[in-house]
Write a protein that binds this ligand. Structure first.
Ligand code: HEM
Length: 365
């Protein structure tokens, strides 16, 4: 009896909301989203991927606005960025939102990956989803890299120089990354096309695989002392005590917090822009996410960047195939956690060293 009384709309406003939700539910089958999930799936560490996705929505919206005024040609790219910052209404803040969202989303994706690593959520049967996640990480870094070239200041021109050199080292495999590929369209314009069409398309495909697998396999079990890997669908006997709609609500809540933080950062620390770039000089540092492999360039030249980046991705890809015990708890995977922590520390130290040291001045031919 009491239950009926609670669900009955009491005021005209509640009655309207009741009708609206009924109408929407009937057409969009929204109740299908209220499926059962384990309680821990709605805790912050397990929502980081969703918050990253929310950040991508901010990136798409601000990126579409920027694209109305950005001109992807070497002769006018830098000037068009200055135009966005000085002439377009709210242009400076939109550009800063795009910049800070890119930085924070990359950080969130990395922390999300660390969560998956600590809770061993990459174990059977989620190995392929770990690899799809690695693909998403590569795409995220690809967005940052191409984006840093587009502003066409000194940092952008140097990043493009690296892009071309790596393309040349890769030979016929890397020809797309060099000016040789097309005589009619400048490489800056092609990287812009990569930034706004190729990478987003790859992102959508990988995201679809990622989400399909999460839905089919369920979220991994809580990494308690005796927990083992396995699928966690509602039928597999896992105790389910919450709903996916709660997950979505929390994701949007944290996402809006992220957006507020991005706006505050954008207001107080506008996105930087260097002077128009001069090809040949190397006087800037790359964005922070590339800093850990930056010292390798001083040691081995551009090949060092390629070797460093490839080694990291190969090591990460190997994780589910090396750590094959069924245990999820970090306490039962001490050596894997120790190796992971040593590599993480080494990357932070290398990044810190690159951050503090002045860039070595190289001259590209
Ligand atoms: C663009 C970047 C990414 C987005 C938007 C994303 C999104 C998500 C979302 C929404 C989930 C559901 C649970 C959660 O939020 O923790 C998830 C789970 C997962 N993600 Fe990602 N992800 C990204 C990158 C990665 C990366 C870099 C990896 C690892 C290399 C990864 C591996 C996984 C795995 C294995 C799961 C299943 C976790 C479990 O069952 O507990 N993801 N991802």
């Amino acid at each position: 009896m009491a239950r009926t009384a609670v669900t009955q709309p009491a005021t005209p406003q509640e009655s309207f909301q009741h009708k609206l939700s009924g109408t929407l539910n009937e057409r969009l089958a929204l109740s299908g989203l209220a499926y059962s999930v384990p309680e821990h799936a709605n805790s912050l560490p397990y929502i980081l991927g969703g918050i990253s996705l929310f950040g991508f929505v901010i990136l798409i919206a601000s990126g579409v606005l920027l694209a109305q005024f950005y001109h992807p040609h070497p002769s006018s790219a830098h000037n068009s960025v200055i135009y966005i910052m000085t002439q377009v209404p709210f242009g400076d803040i939109i550009r800063s939102i795009h910049y800070w969202a890119a930085n924070l989303v990359t950080l969130l994706v990395l922390i999300h990956m660390l969560r998956v690593f600590f809770t061993a959520s990459y174990k059977r049967p989620r190995e392929i989803n770990w690899l799809a996640g690695l693909g998403l990480l590569a795409v995220t870094l690809g967005f940052v890299f191409t984006g840093s070239v587009l502003k066409w200041d000194q940092e952008g021109v140097e990043a493009l120089g690296h892009n071309q050199e790596i393309g040349e080292i890769l030979g016929s495999l890397g020809v797309w990354f060099t000016g040789e590929f097309s005589r009619t369209v400048p490489i800056l314009t092609r990287l812009y096309v990569g930034h706004v069409t190729l990478l987003p398309a790859l992102f959508v495909v990988l995201m679809a695989v990622h989400f399909y697998l999460i839905k089919q396999l369920g979220i991994s079990r809580k990494a308690t002392a005796d927990a083992t890997s396995g699928p966690t669908s509602a039928t597999s006997g896992e105790s389910v005590t919450s709903r996916f709609t709660v997950h979505l609500q929390k994701m949007v809540g944290y996402g809006l917090l992220l957006f507020s933080f991005i706006i505050i950062l954008s207001l107080f620390f506008p996105a930087p822009l260097g002077k128009a770039g001069i090809a040949g000089a190397e006087v800037t540092k790359p964005p922070w996410m590339f800093l850990p492999i930056y010292p390798l360039e001083d040691l081995l030249g551009i090949t060092g960047l390629l070797i460093g980046g490839a080694t990291l991705f190969i090591l990460l890809a190997a994780v589910p195939f090396v750590d094959r015990s069924p245990w999820l708890s970090p306490r039962r995977r001490k050596w894997v956690i120790a190796v992971g922590m040593i590599i993480l520390m080494a990357l932070i130290i290398l990044g810190g060293y690159a951050w503090l040291s002045r860039p070595a001045v190289h001259l590209i031919q």
